[in-house]
Design a binder for this molecule. Structure first.
Ligand SMILES: Nc1nc2c(ncn2[C@@H]2O[C@H](COP(=O)(O)OP(=O)(O)OP(=O)(O)O)[C@@H](O)[C@H]2O)c(=O)[nH]1
Length: 354
């Protein structure tokens, strides 16, 4: 995504699953990341969390109205218009869907947004591990919601036995189409799963910030245990557009996010391609190579239950293998399908996307 684009994450789940708890957790752990939220009920967002996250107060209060009643996409755009004002410098926007909302409506509205400063950041479904079976019985639409999710958080892991938790996870994985599935207690997930966290200087230096100390777990760990895998690639060898597209088209289940820059070498020597994928959503954003910049492809892949070694091998297989393998501009077709057009900021929706 280009530097100005702010990911918009839709947070959904049935009543009491733990959406607000998760959101509060994100706000507490924000440390430098500026999060804008749209909620149904302002009162649910703890004031302490707001203070820690800083300067989001005015944006949260926007959510006083029930956003999920806003079936008209133009209303969402009005909220987004305010939240994307450059002076707010937000890094991510989270929309908490009301417990009874149809999440696909919100996802569609985000995808249809004419706001060029936002990009779809994924649908996160929170489920209550202890109530999962009962919820499915009461709300058969749960299965449909899970099938649309990009990331499923199986929350309240503390309320069930290990065997029960495994059973819920397996059922969820079966229902969710390709989504990454993670377990959580009190909504504690690593923010890195949802967006690029802005890492403050002191953290880079390996020191604990005040928030680290305040919000450390009982065992002193400030961060949730990394329940996901990260695979990085940095190579000076250009990637072949056809092979990269073949890889992306068949990206494995559980691969939740992918971001970075790609050098397609001779296929387009003038541009590097920013790539942003979340769940099934995929976009490329070409931009001229900055003068003097080393021609590197740099990718970071984040997911759960993925085979990191296999991913690395597949990515290595995308590298151009000598002059005979060099791509030309025709090889770019597959990539260009995912470049948003000027008149359509979010781009064409390839089949299968929400
Ligand atoms: N034991 C336990 N309780 C949790 C956990 N996560 C959330 N809760 C509790 O579950 C209740 C519901 O959590 P919320 O975060 O308000 O759930 P929600 O999905 O936002 O609920 P609605 O806004 O009503 O849709 C609260 O009392 C939380 O404290 C968890 O992991 N374990």
């Amino acid at each position: 995504m280009s530097a100005q684009q702010i990911p918009v994450v839709v947070l959904a789940g049935f009543l009491g699953a733990g959406k607000t708890t998760l959101l509060n957790q994100l706000l507490r752990g924000a440390r430098g990341t500026r999060i804008g939220v749209m909620v149904n009920d302002f009162g649910d967002i703890g004031i302490d969390a707001m203070t820690v996250a800083g300067q989001v107060g005015s944006t949260v209060s926007l959510g006083n109205g029930c956003l999920c009643c806003a079936v008209d996409a133009s209303e969402l755009d009005e909220y987004l218009e305010v939240l994307t004002r450059p002076e707010l410098r937000l890094d991510v926007i989270v929309i908490e869907a009301s417990g009874l909302a149809e999440p696909q409506e919100l996802v569609r509205m985000v995808l249809a947004s004419e706001n060029r400063r936002v990009v779809y950041g994924g649908l996160v479904e929170v489920v209550d591990a202890a109530e999962f079976a009962a919820t499915r019985q009461r709300h058969p639409e749960t299965d449909r919601h899970l099938a649309l999710a990009d990331l499923v958080v199986v929350n309240k892991a503390d309320r069930v036995s290990e065997d029960e938790l495994r059973a819920v996870r397996e059922t969820v994985a079966g229902l969710a189409d390709r989504a990454a599935v993670i377990e959580a207690t009190h909504g504690r997930i690593d923010p890195e799963l949802l967006f690029d966290r802005v890492v403050p200087e002191d953290e880079i230096a390996g020191q604990m910030s005040i928030e680290d100390v305040l919000y450390a777990d009982e065992d002193g760990h400030a961060h949730p245990h990394a329940a996901y895998d990260t695979v990085s690639l940095a190579t000076a060898v250009p990637l072949h557009p056809r092979r990269l597209m073949a890889f992306l088209d068949s990206r494995p289940e559980g691969l939740y996010r992918l971001k970075g820059f790609v050098d397609f070498g001779a296929a387009d020597p003038d541009h590097r391609y920013l790539v942003h994928a979340v769940g099934r959503f995929l976009r490329f954003y070409p931009e001229p190579w900055p003068a003097g910049e080393e021609r590197l492809s740099q990718l970071v892949l984040i997911g759960t239950g993925v085979d990191a070694a296999a991913l690395r091998k597949e990515l290595a297989g995308c590298e151009v293998d000598g002059p005979a393998d060099a791509p030309d501009e025709h090889s770019m077709w597959g990539v260009l399908r995912y470049v948003p057009r000027g008149d359509d900021p979010q781009g064409e929706e390839p089949p299968g996307e929400a």
